[in-house]
Design a protein around this ligand. Structure first.
Ligand SMILES: [Zn+2]
Ligand SMILES: [Zn+2]
Length: 405
């Protein structure tokens, strides 16, 4: 018998963590947090000592905090085994863990683990995983993988975060399986990546020709690189922070993960610690990319102050924002009114996950009997769940009910 339990992530939009129990092995898939300051039960997956002690392996899809930052907590609960992932993911996890710890400290939260645990975690590349497994690139970030586990003759696929719509990264086709645990972060939405890019370009061109500045707070990787490459190849003045530019240059060392190994940025101005202040004070019309998607780091106030007093300027929020972060606050009209913020702020999602149609299309191709939807809140996934059930699938969206096969 196989039992799959969502310890976080299904029926909600973060702290992704799934437990697969079987006669052959007990495996934990991802171990992430909800990026908020709240009690342990809200922020961390529903792990326990009992679970930590019976695990044979932990497998990580990619580095983001909502998939990794609870690993030191798992160690605190007694897990001493290996953590398997791609080499690239293993390289970036410690940085994401430290970023999470810093965030909690800066907001006077408490950590349910010893910080030193970060150094004690033991990683192993997925090539050395000791049970039957297949995997492929998931297109979400460099190093991100989907996994196919075969347990008791049953094929279980975990997508991790998945997209086939990235400009830069390649995603491999999924194989057939019996049970699919699928990223449905944009359930209830229909997004055309092509149109989203076009909208972005139009807003950027209009703003710049009106003499305004366009702020794009983005991650230093993934969507940040996609947007940097896209915009720098258009006829627009683009200012980009050094870390985004370096990560883009670094793509040449990761050709395996790319769609097009030849891709190169166009023209841009480099921003670094030396010139940032001066450039922002000048207020030159253009698009400004800086690596801080939720605007929580020390450089964000500099950018924000440069644009906030004129409605000619716009801040475009292209990804998920957690409650309590500046990017999230700024999306509220009330917050902007109360704080006398004149610049415009708009959400403009660039896809790094599948939308509702994508999930249906994928399911049509890979023909599972059982589906666990994750990475989207229960109310957002209801319609999708109903549609899939009407097709005769067993669908789970929420933590209460484990899937027993
Ligand atoms: Zn992710
Ligand atoms: Zn995620």
């Amino acid at each position: 018998m196989i039992r799959i339990t969502s310890l976080g992530g299904s029926g909600e939009d973060s702290r992704n963590c799934f437990l697969i129990e079987s006669d052959e092995a007990n495996i934990l898939l991802d171990c992430g947090v909800r990026r908020e300051i709240a009690d342990t039960a809200t922020v961390y997956p529903a792990l326990s000592r009992e679970i930590a002690e019976k695990l044979n392996a932990v497998v990580i899809s990619h580095g983001h905090e909502d998939h990794t930052a609870a690993l030191p907590y798992l160690y605190e609960l007694g897990y001493r085994g290996k953590i398997y992932a791609s080499l690239k993911t293993i390289e970036v996890i410690p940085g994401y863990l430290r970023k999470w710890i810093r965030y909690v400290r800066d907001h006077e939260g408490t950590l349910p683990f010893d910080e030193e645990n970060v150094e004690k975690l033991e990683y192993e590349t997925i090539e050395n995983y000791p049970f039957p497994i297949e995997y492929g690139r998931s297109g979400h970030m460099i190093g991100s993988l989907w996994y196919l586990f075969t347990l008791e003759g049953h094929r279980i696929l975990y997508t991790g975060d998945l997209t086939y719509d990235g400009m830069v990264l390649k995603a491999d086709k999924l194989p057939l399986m019996d049970t699919l645990i699928i990223d449905s972060a944009y359930a209830s939405r229909s997004l055309s990546q092509y149109n989203q890019y076009l909208n972005l370009l139009n807003v950027a061109r209009d703003t710049v020709s009106d003499g305004g500045m366009v702020l794009l707070p983005v991650p230093a990787n993934g969507r940040g690189i996609d947007l940097f490459l896209y915009l720098s190849l258009r006829d627009l003045p683009v200012f980009a922070e050094e870390n985004i530019v370096r990560n883009t240059e670094d793509l040449k060392n990761h050709l395996y993960w790319l769609r097009d190994p030849e891709i190169q940025p166009g023209e841009y101005y480099l921003i670094n610690n030396e010139n940032r202040q001066a450039i922002l004070e000048e207020g030159i019309p253009g698009v400004y990319l800086f690596a801080d998607g939720m605007m929580t780091s020390a450089i964000s106030p500099l950018y924000f102050n440069a644009v906030k007093d004129s409605e000619k300027n716009i801040i475009l929020i292209t990804g998920h924002t957690a409650r309590g972060t500046m990017a999230n606050d700024l999306l509220s009209v009330l917050y902007r009114d109360e704080n006398n913020i004149s610049c415009r702020v708009a959400p403009l999602t660039i896809k790094v996950h599948p939308d509702e149609e994508d999930v249906e299309t994928i399911i049509g191709f890979v023909k599972p009997h059982n589906v666990i939807l994750f990475h989207s809140r229960r109310e957002k996934a209801q319609e999708l769940k109903k549609k899939l059930e009407e097709k005769g699938l067993r669908v789970i969206c929420g933590p209460e009910e484990p899937l027993i096969i």
